[in-house]
Design a binder for this molecule. Structure first.
Ligand SMILES: [Zn+2]
Length: 326
């Protein structure tokens, strides 16, 4: 039987969406990208979802009534009922019952549609697990280091949500000797506040301002904002500051992921996110540290994989959440 599902991946600057045909296989019929304005309200987004539901299938001959489910991935903490966005920092949403807003907007066009709202990394991991690099694995730990640090976990074929729907908040693990930097979660000493992309930028800026390293050494223009890529470039050029920066960062990330492997013993480890994918030298050190620090018994058969779906992982994974485990 053919089913049609709609997947949304709502980020800070874009909302991606895809109409998916599900038979015994999955096929993306239409994919779209919509710009998100700064401080777009939940109601605006609900209206966008209504617009997409009513129009996306036009060319493919799929009516809104034929779409059985919508899966929505959002970077943030979602309540266990999957209705309320507790906190979505990129959108500046706090305690928003997004489910109710969408349900109201779709009341006249698709009243029976199934609506699932998920954390974006859970959706991405679910997408990679079902469609991408992790298809052969029965359990997957997917760790993403981008602006922040998070993870999605699949054990024995099931996406693990945890008691409070916040399983995988790996960036908020603490580590010994962590600097006192305040994390976006409101606590101090988190890995994300040291090794996340945003924290890396703060560390470089701080070192420039305190004279530890110069803009010239990092080959930065006078107005150029320092990012992880400046360290990656410095590392390749043999700049001692950059070499030490990556080694220190890789030890913290490596220990974090090795400890997670010791606890979870996944078949596959997927390492993704803008910082890890954009900085191969950092990734190499992180992997070396993981392999050195994780228990041998848990790494002997561990498959190391890279993301393969890229921008489609979130939409596909979110849509599939309507189909499975529902
Ligand atoms: Zn934190």
């Amino acid at each position: 039987m053919t089913q049609y599902l709609l997947g949304f991946d709502i980020g800070g600057t874009n909302a991606r969406c895809a109409l998916i045909q599900c038979t015994d296989q999955f096929k993306i019929l239409v994919s779209q990208k919509h710009a998100i304005r700064t401080a777009q309200s939940p109601h605006d987004l609900a209206l966008l979802i209504r617009h997409v539901v009513t129009t996306i299938g036009n060319d493919a001959g799929v009516t809104p009534a034929q779409i059985s489910g919508i899966g929505i991935a959002i970077a943030g903490q979602i309540d266990i009922d999957e209705h309320t966005i507790i906190n979505a920092p990129n959108l500046d949403w706090h305690h928003v019952n997004f489910y109710e807003l969408i349900r109201r907007e779709l009341n006249d066009v698709a009243p029976d549609i199934d609506i699932r709202i998920a954390n974006d990394l859970n959706a991405i991991a679910w997408g990679e697990y079902n469609f991408g690099a992790a298809r052969q694995a029965s359990s997957l730990l997917a760790v993403y280091v981008g602006t922040g640090i998070g993870a999605g976990l699949i054990l024995d074929g099931r996406l693990v949500l945890g008691a409070d729907n916040v399983c995988g908040e790996i960036g908020h693990c603490k580590f010994p000797g962590a600097p006192d930097a305040l994390c976006g979660c409101g606590q101090r000493g988190c890995v994300e506040a040291y090794a996340g992309g945003k924290a890396i930028e703060y560390r470089i800026l701080h070192d420039i301002q305190t004279g530890v390293v110069s803009r010239e050494a990092l080959e930065l223009g006078p107005e150029e904002h320092p990012t992880a890529r400046a360290i990656e470039k410095g590392y390749r050029n043999g700049l001692p500051y950059a070499v030490d920066f990556w080694k220190d960062t890789a030890v913290v990330l490596g220990a974090l992921i090795a400890n997670a492997i010791a606890i979870l013993n996944p078949h596959a480890l997927l390492l993704g996110g803008g910082v890890l994918q954009g900085c191969p030298e950092l990734l190499k050190h992180v992997v070396e540290n993981i392999m050195e620090m994780a228990p041998r018994t848990a790494t002997t058969n561990l498959q190391l994989i890279k993301p393969t779906l890229h921008d489609d992982a979130g939409t596909l994974g979110a849509a599939l959440l309507c189909l499975k485990q529902s």
